[in-house]
Design a binder for this molecule. Structure first.
Ligand SMILES: [Zn+2]
Length: 155
C-alpha cells in the first residue's frame, strides 16, 4: 500500500506505550551511591522504559515495568544495572526458598547439636540450598558441602 503524503502513513503501532501508564521520570539523585558511580549517572535517560525479558527459570516472557524500575532503583536503591532474571511466579518461589533457608539458618544457630543428627532437617535445608541457584540465587558452596558431609554421617 502506498501513501501520497507522509501524514497519511499509519502511526507506528505503540507497543510499549500504554495510555493509562504515566511516564516514569528518572531522578538520578535518588539512586544508590554505587549507581551514581556508574557512567549512566552523568547521562541519565529522561524516563524509565519497560524491559522485556525471558524468565531464566521457566522461560516465560515477562516485563520489568518502568514503574517497577523507578521503585527498585530510586526507592529500594538497587544498583541501576540490576535486572530481573526470573518471572514474578518464579520470584515468589525464590522468596519462599529464601524464607526456608533463613528459617533453617536460624534454627541451626540455636540448636546445632540436636540438628546435626536430624536427617529430615538437614535434607530439607540441603534441598533448599541446591534449588536456590535455579532461581537466580547465589550458590552456597560451603553450606552445601557441610550438609552433604552431615547427611552422609547421619545416613
Ligand atoms: Zn518463571
Amino acid at each position: 500500500m502506498k501513501y501520497a503524503r507522509k501524514s497519511d502513513y499509519p502511526r507506528k503501532p505503540s507497543v510499549v506505550w500504554k495510555p493509562k501508564q504515566e511516564l516514569q521520570t528518572v531522578n538520578p539523585n535518588q539512586w544508590s551511591k554505587s549507581s551514581k558511580r556508574s557512567t549512566i549517572f552523568h547521562i541519565p535517560p529522561s524516563h524509565y522504559e519497560d524491559i522485556s525479558y525471558q524468565c531464566a527459570r521457566c522461560g516465560e516472557n515477562a516485563v520489568f515495568t518502568a514503574a517497577e524500575q523507578k521503585l527498585t532503583f530510586e526507592g529500594r536503591k538497587a544498583y541501576i544495572w540490576q535486572r530481573r532474571v526470573v518471572c514474578p511466579d518464579c520470584w515468589r518461589e525464590r522468596q519462599r526458598i529464601e524464607r526456608g533457608i533463613r528459617e533453617c539458618t536460624t534454627r541451626w544457630k540455636a540448636h546445632k547439636t540436636e540438628l546435626q543428627r536430624d536427617a529430615e532437617f538437614l535434607r530439607r535445608w540441603f534441598e533448599l540450598l541446591q534449588t536456590y541457584p535455579n532461581y537466580g540465587g547465589r550458590k552456597n558452596h560451603a553450606g552445601i558441602r557441610m550438609l552433604r558431609r552431615l547427611l552422609d554421617l547421619s545416613a
